[in-house]
Design a binder for this molecule. Sequence first.
Ligand SMILES: Nc1ncnc2c1ncn2[C@@H]1O[C@H](COP(=O)(O)OP(=O)(O)OP(=O)(O)O)[C@@H](O)[C@H]1O
Ligand SMILES: [Mg+2]
Length: 144
Amino acid sequence: MKNELKMTISADIANDSFVRSSVAAFCLPLDPTLDGIEDIKTVVSEAFTNSVVHGYDNDKSKKVDLYVCLEGCQLEIIVEDRGCGIADVDKAMQPFFTTKPEQERSGMGFTLMSTFMDGIKVTSEVGKGTRVCMTKKIVEAKHA
Ligand SMILES: Nc1ncnc2c1ncn2[C@@H]1O[C@H](COP(=O)(O)OP(=O)(O)OP(=O)(O)O)[C@@H](O)[C@H]1O
Ligand SMILES: [Mg+2]
């Protein structure tokens, strides 16, 4: 059976800790390992931060949509904004690529998401927004 979470939240960086903790809490019934929980928190935080900082340029009046689905041991997380979009997704996903080096961004967000999850799909259109869909098979702690 599917268990789903949908949330729409203001694009305020102060909401980052609520977003990452609530998604992690939603996944707890699956009994992921502590490492697994940390990985989930990290990828949610990276995607949410990207929507706030890049997609909306920190405009707190904008909204970020999150969708989480658990089905069996399969986890799907979607983070979506209707912000500025990405001109070249392949380029943006390369390690160390950042358009905000002056803010001491390291360009490692997408690399972390790709590393910690089994799959990542980014769809984006300039002027329309960005959708990051990530999937992962969760390992139960007692089997890890
Ligand atoms: N939601 C988004 N909307 C618009 N542009 C984005 C979005 N997410 C990522 N980008 C673009 O992709 C680039 C790479 O993102 P990535 O998360 O890998 O690095 P970063 O955010 O620049 O640095 P870091 O995540 O290490 O702080 C960003 O610099 C930005 O240009
Ligand atoms: Mg980032």
